[in-house]
Write a protein that binds this ligand. Structure first.
Ligand code: AMP
Ligand code: MG
Length: 347
């Protein structure tokens, strides 16, 4: 398949009449799959009402079929078509954070969406992305669009169109290239089907921000307890992994440098994932700065690109600094733990 690349400037006016957006929407209406920029990461979109389109998403990504997709919409009225009820707390969350990096789980109305999109569950995950190109595309095609991250399953999520093409060129109809994404980690997934909402996946909206508008919010115990079964089926999979094994290192930078030297003496090429603050300190074969530790948002923005850049080097092993788990650090550490398969070395 020839994968089209449609370049779109997200700052131009009247995106709903933009020829690239209109062309991409046409492919979606034909049940083809198209990658699109959002404020979190690039998504791989397909008509959520079509088994054919949804099957193409799973096939292109190599995604396990038990892992349901997030449904993307451009206006709240679309919700009522496929959601059975909208609880009051969900209403407040949507008012506060949509469009934005928050996915809300509702009870599903049966018989509207493809069963493959929801992996046969009685619930459905929905969000409204905060990106002018994504919103224009959703408006023009007029369909609910199922869109997981536009990477091969298991790889770091894509934060620019080059990442998408590296993984999916030849496997999808096209990619709308609207430039690099901003937030850099995926949406926060909140289950609103229970009286106290539960975070199933940490992401762009923090627990503190959620609690400021709806009070108590729980966190799925599986996010901290490896033995517990996660309520979001996708959270059980290893994800975001670079090719070389990645170890998180908790301790001083001198301790981390000591680990680097041990491995180099064994003849291995060693990579270090650090931040701007410490990049000059380390001596290794490859040292990448992933944002600024003092501003964790910048670490989130750069994380997946940094993980992917290690694949362009010859490193045999990667050591990464760790971050505080507060605010967006919760999502950063969740993704790092998955990328590392939970391998942690403590001083
Ligand atoms: P991705 O599409 O890669 O951003 O991942 C979406 C995440 O949302 C995965 O972890 C899914 O398992 C989770 N998810 C989607 N729908 C549901 C649902 N109905 N209930 C629980 N988790 C869901
Ligand atoms: Mg994903």
């Amino acid at each position: 398949m020839n994968t089209k690349v449609w370049k779109v400037d997200k700052y131009v006016d009247n995106l709903v009449n933009n020829p690239q957006v209109v062309d991409a929407a046409h492919f979606l209406r034909e049940n083809e799959v198209v990658a699109l920029p959002t404020e979190t990461v690039y998504g791989l979109g397909g008509n959520a009402e079509s088994d054919e389109a949804v099957a193409k998403i799973f096939a292109a990504k190599g995604r396990p079929s038990d892992n349901p997709l997030i449904i993307h919409i451009a206006d709240r009225e679309q919700l009522l078509r496929f959601v059975a009820e909208v609880p009051a707390k969900a209403e407040i969350l949507m008012d506060a954070f949509w469009p934005g990096p928050l996915t809300v789980i509702f009870k599903k109305k049966e018989g509207v969406l493809s069963e493959k999109a929801t992996a046969g569950l009685a619930t459905v995950a929905v969000r409204m992305p905060d990106h002018p190109v994504a919103l224009a595309l959703l408006k023009v095609c007029g369909l609910p669009i199922a869109a997981p991250s536009a990477n091969s399953s298991g790889k770091p999520s894509p934060t620019n169109a080059v990442h998408v093409m590296d993984d999916l060129n030849g496997k999808i109809a096209g990619v709308l290239d609207g430039g690099a994404t901003g937030v850099g980690v995926e949406s926060t997934v909140v289950d609103c089907t229970e009286s106290v909402p539960v975070i199933l996946r940490p992401g762009g909206v923090t627990k503190e921000q959620l609690e400021a508008v709806i009070g108590e919010v729980r966190v799925d115990p599986a996010l901290t307890d490896e033995a517990a079964k996660p309520k979001a089926p996708g959270m059980k999979y290893r994800h975001y992994a670079p090719n070389a094994p990645l170890y998180m290192v908790s301790g001083t930078r001198e301790f981390l440098q000591g680990l680097v030297e041990e491995k180099r003496q064994e003849g291995l090429q060693v990579g270090v994932l650090t931040t701007v603050e410490n990049v000059e300190f380390y001596h290794a074969d490859v040292v990448f700065a992933c944002g600024r530790r003092a501003e964790l948002e910048t670490v989130a923005t750069a994380l997946y690109d940094t993980l992917r850049r290690f694949n362009e080097t010859d490193v045999d092993i990667i050591y990464s600094e760790v971050f505080s788990s507060t605010g967006v650090g919760h999502a950063i550490m969740n993704r790092l733990q998955k990328a590392a398969g939970n391998k942690l070395i403590t001083e």
